[in-house]
Write a protein that binds this ligand. Structure first.
Ligand code: MN
Length: 537
């Protein structure tokens, strides 16, 4: 934090809810669906992306980057679908500095109420020489051409200097100037490889604002990766130096160590408005719901001690802390659980709960309206679970909903599974599946029930996935708790993650395996991306 910002903040002295000048407003650009999805194994299908987009819009995200349309048919359809669904947020599509990319992005954004084309090219010496194999002058021309072309489709054009934080200053200034002249309205300087530190990044933004003609007319944006754990600190430093857009993801999802975490950016600005007078218009009470949804859909667990959304973020267990908390919450609590939407629910669910109670519970949990099929499916599974289990917890219900919502997009469905367990081996299992409407049944043997069941499934597949990892945990307490199983499957270049829940651990494992298979089918279908390594802006 610079002295200059400290003074401004002290002068402002505003509460987080007081009206503030538009010049202090920081625009939130969420790229969970694009950069987040590029994490190995985090692929999402169309239905899953729409669910996330809906929550992002509800929480007030200003711009939703929905995908990279030229990369595959699946990406194109995802952007198109989000553009149809979302009315308030701007929908952005990514494009390299190529006409075909930009045309495809524009086409995918056709239904959007508000659209942005986000075009990028590498500007660092390393990237230009080895990745692009282009001379700097040719890159500069491409900047002008790509932005000019994008402006034919929309007035809202963002230009990014990939690897901008490692770009020579003189050349970066020339590129930014060219982009502004060609009509870019947002200029993004990504720290693509997560190499920068706060003071350095702040100086870079300060330099650009001071030197580039026209800089005062556009919005500067920051896009930080977390390779050194500095993505959020770097983003806030950039804001301190005049950036007014932050690109981030829910849970910090993203390639390698991830992107800057949206929830941390938003809560840091709110909680420390005394020293950071900037604000966002995000509804922070949606943060917990968004975090949960993204982690369930991608299978990327949130670490327990993760800031803002980790399971322990608001847990005070040491005796001294608890005593302090009881006297006055602020002794150890800098934000309240309610402020991020973490609320204790009150409706207890069991076998006597009917449809109305179930619907009320879904409301209480912040789960939006479900289609009739998904609701009925979830309700039937709830009744089934309540018959087997004394008390049905909120975690159980989240598990049911996730299963029910994925039902309609499946190519592979589990019909039934049975097997044995015991000290004598091998174990045996029989699994009945429906693949593209065809019923198939196979039996398998293995070292343990899970191995036997997976071997049975593998017999009916046209390809050979490898089980890269396997994890099981209890969703709640008690011997009748549901097991939540996560499996990682690898086939060729693809890694996918599947999750399944059931009171029987082997059945939960089979569900997780089938979930992963559906993602693998999807990956194989849409595996048409040209130059997939160019996706890393
Ligand atoms: Mn990135």
């Amino acid at each position: 934090m610079t002295t200059e910002t400290m003074t401004t903040a002290a002068a402002a002295g505003a509460s987080p809810d007081a009206p503030r000048p538009e010049s202090d407003r920081v625009v939130i650009f969420d790229t969970t669906l694009r950069d987040g999805e590029q994490s190995p194994g985090a692929s999402m299908n169309l239905e899953e992306k729409l669910r996330i987009a809906r929550v992002l819009e509800q929480m007030g995200v200003d711009i939703i980057e929905a995908g990279f349309p030229i990369a595959s048919t699946g990406d194109f359809e995802a952007v198109h679908g989000v553009a149809e669904l979302v009315r308030n947020s701007v929908v952005a599509a990514l494009a390299r500095a190529k006409r075909a990319d930009i045309d495809r992005a524009a086409e995918s954004l056709q239904p959007a109420a508000r659209r942005r084309i986000h075009t990028f090219i590498s500007t660092s010496p390393l990237h230009m020489k080895y990745k692009l194999q282009m001379e700097p002058e040719a890159v500069l021309e491409a900047v002008t051409e790509s932005v000019t072309h994008a402006r034919r489709f929309t007035d809202d054009v963002e230009w990014s200097a990939e690897d901008g934080s490692r770009t020579e200053h003189d050349f970066l200034c020339r590129c930014v100037e060219a982009a502004i002249k060609a009509g870019a309205t947002t200029i993004n300087i990504p720290d693509t490889v997560g190499y920068s530190v706060p003071a350095e990044l702040a100086a870079l933004f300060g330099m650009l604002r001071a030197r580039v003609p026209g800089a005062e007319e556009i919005v500067f944006s920051t896009h930080c990766h977390n390779d050194l754990g500095l993505a959020v600190a770097n983003s806030l430093a950039a804001v301190g130096a005049g950036a007014r857009q932050v690109e981030c993801t829910i849970n910090g999802l993203g390639e390698r160590a991830g992107n800057a975490a949206l929830e941390e950016i938003v809560m840091a600005m709110r909680t420390r408005h005394d020293v950071m007078p900037w604000y966002t218009t995000i509804d922070a009470t949606k943060i917990t719901e968004a975090s949960r949804l993204v982690s369930t859909i991608t299978g990327f667990d949130v670490q327990r001690n993760k800031a803002v959304v980790g399971a322990n973020a608001f847990a005070h267990e040491s005796g001294i802390h608890q005593a302090g908390m009881l006297r006055h919450a602020e002794t150890y609590e800098i934000m309240t659980p309610d402020s991020v939407g973490l609320v204790k629910t009150t409706l207890v669910m069991g076998k006597h709960s009917g449809r109305a109670a179930f619907r009320a519970k879904l409301d209480e949990l912040g789960i939006g309206a479900l289609g009739d099929n998904a609701f009925e499916d979830a309700f039937q599974r709830f009744k089934d679970l309540a018959d087997r289990k004394r008390e049905v917890y909120d975690e159980d219900i989240h598990g049911l909903i996730d299963d029910a919502l994925m039902r309609d997009t499946r190519r592979v469905r589990l019909i039934s599974a049975r097997g044995n367990f015991g000290t004598d081996h091998p174990q045996m299992a029989a699994v009945e599946l429906e693949i593209d409407g065809q019923r198939v049944c196979e039996a398998g043997v293995g070292d343990g029930g899970v191995d036997a069941a997976f071997n049975a499934i593998k017999k009916v597949l046209p390809f050979r996935p490898r089980l890269a990892d396997y994890k099981v945990r209890a969703l709640t307490r008690g011997t009748d708790a549901q097991a939540e199983v996560t499996v990682w499957l690898t086939e060729g270049d693809h890694t996918v993650i599947g999750q399944g829940t059931h009171t029987d651990t082997v059945t939960a494992s089979v569900r997780a395996y089938v979930h992963a298979l559906n993602k693998l089918f999807m990956k194989r279908e849409r595996d048409t991306g040209p130059e997939a390594d160019a996706l890393s802006a």
